[in-house]
Design a protein around this ligand. Structure first.
Ligand code: 4AD
Ligand code: MG
Length: 453
């Protein structure tokens, strides 16, 4: 490509080199004899300071797209070590004074209302870079541990979570193929949905390849309009064969979160520091704690006990046998454990059919990892590998057994104790950045009554 990124210029180009850059003007400052423009191409938080004559600066406006050539020089000013002494300036795209991102600071709501332009803000640029590094962090972790990345389908005839929060999809067959089959106008000739989780398909692959992971978009017709729910979000799911104990799953999940977080702290230092200052939540201390200290662990019944005795009034009274509400989850992670905490062994009635039943017959070998301010970040379990019990679970969950015969077959032919987990990718980004609303960590959020573009 003809130009270098501003990031690579700032990090590795030597002073006195001639260089060409392109980017968008973030701000212009004019002094008596000289002007300064900050140009950003998205590659780094700070952008490049460009020194210009006042005449050249007069032609420029905030938001304009420019191409510039000049000599890279040592900067005498504070805040940057290098600057560009421009001798050629070309405006590639004009920008008038109606451009919404004129000021330096914008609220999250304002940026969301202008979401087609928000990638040009410092805040959203940092989100995009952290998202990218987080993908690499997970990818590195799984490759290092000898997993295969697989691609699970988006269109499926299964409802993995059995929760009925599926988007049903339909299409007509092209005319010419229906002519002789009047009855079969429906494209798939069966009910099909957008996937809520790649788990069942990942299990199919794990029962042959042993260690697999999948990363893709999942879809849920979520009733809850909250700051941690989306109708379309990304999930990182791992599935592991020959996993015998829940503790092994907890240990591996912890390492996954810990090592990925370390990778991001090291790879996105400037962007994380930016959120540390902007969000005012001692974010870095919290993330360092996540990477350095062991996670806490409580059984579901211990958690209910703690919540019942808590010195805090909850909107929903904690009760054995009921799901934990987000206020309960937040209390446990934020106030009680002050860090990530695994809650294990929930009653099996409040969990999906695929979870392995414990020897007490009452609880499932499962876990939710809760983190401060957010609540549930990861859900995982051992999977029921015993044919008869799984068959019974399907019945009790009112699932049509015929549709899951293939899933039962995996237990009939060389079954294996196995388990896995799923990380909500946007919730993880909220945890990394301190951003309160999940709609602000994904470029194109989708939720009930909300689908721009
Ligand atoms: O707990 P969930 O529903 O687990 C599963 O889907 C399993 N099949 C995963 C597995 O074991 N392979 O979802 C996993 C995570 C949650 O812990 C949460 O972080 C996130 O996905 N999540 C959502 N994130 C954003 N918006 C929503 N509506 C979400 N629902 C779940
Ligand atoms: Mg869950």
């Amino acid at each position: 490509l003809p130009t270098k990124t501003i990031k690579s210029i700032l990090e590795s180009l030597a002073i006195n080199n001639e260089v060409e850059v392109h980017g968008w003007i973030r701000s212009i400052r004019t002094q008596k004899n000289v002007s300064f423009a900050n140009v950003n191409d998205g590659s780094s938080l700070k952008g490049l300071q460009v020194v210009l004559t006042n005449d050249e600066a007069k032609k420029l406006t905030t938001g304009a797209c420019v191409k510039m050539r000049g000599i890279l020089a040592k900067s005498p000013g504070d805040g940057q070590s290098k600057e560009l002494q421009a001798h050629y300036v070309e405006i590639l795209g004009e920008c008038d004074s109606t451009y919404p991102l004129q000021k330096k600071y914008h609220s999250m709501e304002f940026l969301r209302d202008n979401s087609h332009l928000r990638p040009r803000s410092n805040t959203f640029g940092a989100i995009v870079r952290i998202r990218n590094t987080a993908v690499l962090g997970f990818q590195n972790f799984f490759q290092k541990n000898e997993f295969f990345q697989i691609h699970t389908p988006i269109i499926t005839s299964s409802d993995c979570e059995g929760g009925g929060e599926v988007f049903k999809i339909s299409a007509n067959r092209p005319k010419e193929t229906t002519e002789n089959f009047t009855r079969k106008e429906d494209f798939f000739e069966m009910p099909v949905y957008l996937t809520v989780s790649g788990q069942l398909h990942a299990e199919m692959l794990a029962c042959a390849m042993s260690r697999v992971f999948t990363f893709g978009p999942v879809f849920r017709a979520e009733g809850s309009l909250t700051s941690r729910h989306l109708a379309e979000f990304w999930m990182l799911e791992a599935e592991i064969a020959c996993l015998f104990k829940l503790e092994e799953l907890l240990y591996f999940t912890e390492r996954c979160i810990r090592e990925t977080t370390r990778y991001i702290l090291d790879g996105c230092t400037q962007d994380i520091e930016f959120f540390d200052q902007r969000m005012n939540k001692e974010l870095i201390a919290r993330l360092e704690n996540t990477t350095n200290n062991p996670f806490s662990c409580l059984s579901y019944s211990e958690a209910i006990d703690i919540l019942s005795k808590a010195n805090q009034k909850f909107e929903h009274t904690p009760k054995y046998g009921c799901s934990l509400y987000s206020e309960h989850e937040k209390y446990l992670a934020t106030d009680y454990c002050r860090g990530p905490v695994f809650i294990t062994d929930y009653p099996r009635e409040i969990k999906p059919f695929y979870m392995r039943v414990n020897s007490d017959g009452e609880t499932a070998a499962c876990t939710d990892l809760l983190v401060p301010d957010i609540g549930e970040l990861v859900g995982g379990s051992l999977r029921e590998e015993r044919y008869d019990i799984l068959e019974q679970n399907l019945k009790e969950s009112n699932m049509i057994q015929e549709n899951y015969q293939w899933y039962l077959d995996l237990r009939k032919y060389g079954t294996v104790p196995h388990g896995g987990f799923g990380v909500g990718f946007e919730r993880y980004l909220q945890y990394l950045t301190g951003v309160e609303n999940i709609r602000d960590v994904i470029p194109f959020p989708r939720a009930a009554s909300y689908c721009k573009y």
